[in-house]
Design a protein around this ligand. Structure first.
Ligand code: 2HA
Ligand code: ZN
Length: 222
């Protein structure tokens, strides 16, 4: 099974996509970008990759795939602007993943609008592995129309300095050297958000990891 199909199956299994939610992209050695088709159920990718996946060039023109005549994901703007920026900056990340994990969405609703700094500090302080898995933290945007040019441009800008970007009332986006690394970053952030949310629902957040421990784990990241 391809890396894209494996990760899509995981997104569905974890309940991080619903209906046609979620999309993935991977810049390949040849320069093309593998992306999910628009309107596809993520659960269908592994059983029907010819229809659910295709390759576009750096401008978004379809090169191959999408058997059945589909077009690239509605979030192509975010994916391509981000992957083009990463390549132009000589970065090693080649993959981007977007989905709708429920705990971080509920945390965003509970706490209201948050800066990336505040959200990052909160998530890092919930679990020791966070600093290791997303050492550059989470950027946060305001609410935006899905698939919009503004969302794509602001997301790519955040990824210059962040591993993840939170889209309030919508979901998370992550980058990684591989799709699995991007998936792991979402998994870790969603775990930390779930811990924060459970604490808020109980007696509140009464303990946070000391900053020195957070920074020591961040320093361990490759
Ligand atoms: O691909 O998740 O953000 C469907 C979406 C749009
Ligand atoms: Zn979405």
């Amino acid at each position: 099974m391809s890396q894209a199909a494996y990760v899509c199956d995981e997104l569905y299994r974890r309940g991080w996509t619903e209906a046609i939610g979620g999309n993935v992209s991977l810049r390949m050695e040849c320069g093309g970008t593998l992306v999910t088709v628009s309107g596809c159920r993520i659960a269908d990718v592994s059983s029907d990759p010819q229809r659910c996946l295709g390759v576009v060039d750096s401008q978004g023109e379809v090169v191959s795939g999408f058997a059945g005549g589909g077009c690239p994901t509605s979030e192509l703007g975010s994916h391509l602007t981000t992957l083009n920026m990463l390549e132009a900056d000589g970065r090693c990340e080649r993959a981007m993943l977007h989905c709708h994990p429920p705990a971080i969405l509920a945390l965003g609703v509970t706490l209201g609008e948050m800066t990336g700094e505040a959200l990052t500090e909160l998530l890092w302080s919930m679990h020791t592995e966070c600093g290791l898995i997303f050492p550059r933290g989470v950027g946060a945007l305001g609410a935006m129309v899905p698939g919009s040019e503004e969302l794509g441009a602001k997301t790519a800008e955040q990824f210059k300095t962040r591993d993840l970007v939170f889209w309030p009332h919508h979901g998370l986006a992550a980058i990684g050297k591989t799709l699995v690394e991007a998936y792991d970053r979402i998994d870790m952030a969603e775990k930390a958000a779930g811990i924060a949310l459970a604490a808020l629902q109980a007696s509140g957040i009464n303990s946070k990891l000391p900053e020195a421990i957070v920074n020591a784990t961040r320093a361990m990241a490759k």
